[in-house]
Design a protein around this ligand. Structure first.
Ligand SMILES: *Cc1c(COP(=O)(O)O)cnc(C)c1O
Length: 386
């Protein structure tokens, strides 16, 4: 089953699109034009690949986790995105988009961030390119993610805090969008495969390097494709990057592990793909946690990077068509997997990535399957919180 973009622009089946005011649509369409042009441009591609190799440290290794395999009764490989510069997959996308921004003549990069991981990756790329950078962050998040705020400042970025609403990611997005509309020379560097067209396509493109490498590596090491690929899901960028090259291989299970913390407002666990409704949220039609009046509800997860009420439109489509499966993982299950991987393999995963490990324990235990877990990031940031 191929993921197709249907007649209306930027759609994955019934999901996606571009639900924005006309002046913003104009900017986004210019971005789409630039993306279509430069992704075929040899000099652009050469610069992107060179930076991935010499600056980010790609290809990231595919590691056979023997101890974990013994424990969970499968043959488990880890795709080591945690070893990238800045410690997660996010840098694949920020490097790609900043090269695009530079070509488009942008003099300023703006981005919003929840946990601060995307803010750090953006500030890093901006420092590398010598472009000014503003990061928008909810007031509450700037307090609970102080270390990442300090990292962004050291890298030369300006951090602006959004005091509206709950002071979290959704409010930072609203503030960044307002700034973007008023400042034509700025480039909005979106960090996940979410939002209006063309962002889901652009982010997917730059993160697909994960599955391109994975496919080559597993064929070299095992001589076959894996039975399953498992990734955690926040907005869905590391997962779509890990799935992309395997979507056409229907024999490979694609599995997303989403954060399902207890939500006071919902009175139950908050898992977007499991419980979300189709609606327009922050520029695109996708699934979203919402009440009966279709007002977005706050998500809940121990993992800041998974704590988002929306989801990228391609995942909504992959779920609807049955090509990918999405399972909820509770905070306790993620914590257990976090300790398990740390103590069996000596690899401390990001608490986000631990959700993918937990999904193997919960849904794939003793299946004797060949599994690749996309280890989206490293967990140094989480040791003091857990
Ligand atoms: C941001 C982040 C995520 C979640 O974002 P996606 O767009 O769903 O990949 C997952 N893992 C880590 C380590 C992150 O920093």
């Amino acid at each position: 089953m191929e993921t197709q973009i249907t007649q209306q622009i930027g759609y994955f089946g019934n999901y996606g699109g571009q639900f924005v005011p006309p002046h913003l649509a104009e900017k986004l369409n210019a971005l789409y034009e630039a993306f279509l042009f430069y992704k075929e441009d040899a000099t652009f591609k050469e610069e992107y690949v060179r930076l991935l190799q010499t600056y980010v440290g790609r290809p990231s290794p595919l590691y056979y986790a023997n101890n974990l395999s013994q424990k969970l009764g499968n043959r488990i490989y880890l795709k080591r995105e945690d070893l990238n510069h800045t410690g997660s997959h996010k840098i694949n996308n920020t490097i790609g988009q900043i090269l695009l921004a530079k070509r488009m003549g942008a003099t300023e990069i703006i981005a919003e961030t929840g946990a601060g991981q995307h803010g750090v990756a953006t500030a890093t790329a901006a420092a590398l390119m010598g472009i000014k950078c503003k990061i928008f962050m909810g007031q509450v998040d700037t307090e609970r993610q102080r270390m990442n705020v300090e990292r962004m400042k050291v890298l030369g970025a300006e951090v602006l805090s959004a005091k509206e609403g709950r002071g979290t990611l959704k409010d930072a997005v609203d503030m960044a969008l307002g700034y973007y509309v008023e400042n034509p020379q700025s480039y909005y560097l979106l960090g996940s495969a979410v939002g209006p067209h063309p962002y889901p396509l652009i982010v997917r493109y730059f993160q697909s390097v994960i599955s391109e490498e994975m496919k080559k590596q597993i064929l070299e090491m095992e001589g076959q494709l894996p039975d399953a690929i498992i990734a955690c899901i926040g907005g869905g960028s590391n997962a779509i990057g890990a799935f992309a090259s395997f979507i056409e291989h229907s024999e490979v299970d694609l599995v997303g592990a989403e954060g399902a913390g207890e939500s006071m407002q919902l009175g139950q666990t908050a898992a977007t793909l499991t419980l979300g409704k189709p609606m327009v949220f922050q520029g695109a039609n996708s699934l979203c946690l919402a009440n009966e009046n279709n007002e977005p509800l706050p998500s809940a997860s121990i993992a800041a990077g998974l704590d988002y009420p929306g989801i990228g439109p391609e995942h909504a489509h992959l779920k609807e068509t049955g090509r990918a499966k999405y399972y909820p993982i509770t905070d306790e299950e993620a914590l257990k997997a976090y300790r398990l991987l740390s103590q069996t393999e000596g690899i401390i995963p990001a608490i986000e990535s631990a959700h993918a490990v937990a999904a193997v324990d919960k849904y794939y235990k003793d299946k004797n399957a060949l599994i690749v877990i996309n280890l989206s990031g490293r967990g140094d940031k989480d040791v003091s919180r857990l």
